[in-house]
Ligand binder design. Structure first.
Ligand SMILES: [Zn+2]
Length: 272
């Protein structure tokens, strides 16, 4: 195999792995942020449950104060009743006492209801706190994992960077320039050619180019996508049956004339 071709194939593997690792490293902080956001939701749930308990207690204190107020009124009405002059005045005071007693009874009912819901509200606080505790432990674990993964990736990236420099130093300049140009546009610069087609864009290769390509002794580029092509004899298909004249005409029509420096046409969807 042409030594430049061999090194470019190796260089592409290094570049693509480095790209994958770089994307992974940049994605990890986002993942950590997402888990922290989830944790914040659990913290908010605990706060909300605690607030319910607090509001329950406040309502109960208010009702207890109301009861005290009504009781004081009753005492006052009873003491006034001993000094009233008429039956009407007395009845009016007793009516006030009755009203205050009804109010007290209503407050007591409400206190009972609050005490019952307090029980479930306190259970909800405990459940939310337990969930938060579990979630916090998970988050710490995931954050630690993300830190380890980042450190590993960065170490691998440093190794790849070194290998990349070494490989690039040994490749012919014009081949390297072409490689860089395609890599920038396509995110892959090398493609296998199989069955007389570029396996990245599936455009047919001209028969003469195909014959040259099969030796792997030259740098051959795809006339359509610009990728540097190589041939893997292990993927050689079994000899085809004799072609019909109709099919021959079709493959000639599909073949694209390559140029010395092919223009890189935009590609609708990545094929690799
Ligand atoms: Zn192609």
């Amino acid at each position: 195999m042409n030594p430049d071709l061999e090194r470019l194939i190796e260089l592409e593997k290094v570049d693509r792995e480095a790209l994958r690792l770089t994307e992974e490293v940049s994605g990890l902080p986002k993942r950590v942020a997402a888990i922290e956001e989830k944790l914040a939701e659990h913290k908010a749930a605990v706060e909300k449950a605690k607030a319910e308990v607090k509001s329950n207690e406040a309502k109960r204190r208010q009702l207890e104060a109301d009861i005290k107020g009504f009781q004081e009124k009753i005492v006052k009405y009873r003491s006034q009743s001993s000094s009233v002059k008429t039956n009407d005045e007395y009845r009016a005071l007793m009516h006030e006492v009755e009203f205050a007693e009804k109010q007290i009874s209503g407050c007591e009912d409400k206190i009972l209801e609050l005490m019952l819901s307090l029980e479930s509200e306190e259970k909800a606080v405990k459940a939310a706190e337990a969930e938060l505790k579990t979630e916090s432990a998970d988050v710490e674990k995931e954050k630690a994992e993300a830190r380890v993964r980042t450190a590993e990736d960065e170490k691998l990236l440093a190794g790849l960077k070194e290998k990349r420099v070494q490989l690039r130093a040994t490749v012919n300049d014009s081949a390297l320039q072409h490689y860089d140009r395609v890599m920038r546009q396509r995110k892959s610069a090398i493609a296998e050619a199989r069955d007389q087609k570029c396996l990245a864009c599936f455009v047919m290769i001209r028969p003469q180019t195909w014959q040259e390509l099969r030796t792997n002794e030259q740098i051959v580029t795809c006339s359509s996508c610009g990728r540097i092509l190589y041939f893997d004899p292990a993927h050689e298909p079994p000899p085809p049956p004799p072609e019909s004249p109709k099919k021959k005409a079709k493959s000639r029509a599909a073949a694209v004339e390559p140029q010395d420096e092919p223009e890189i046409a935009p590609e609708a969807t990545p094929t690799q």
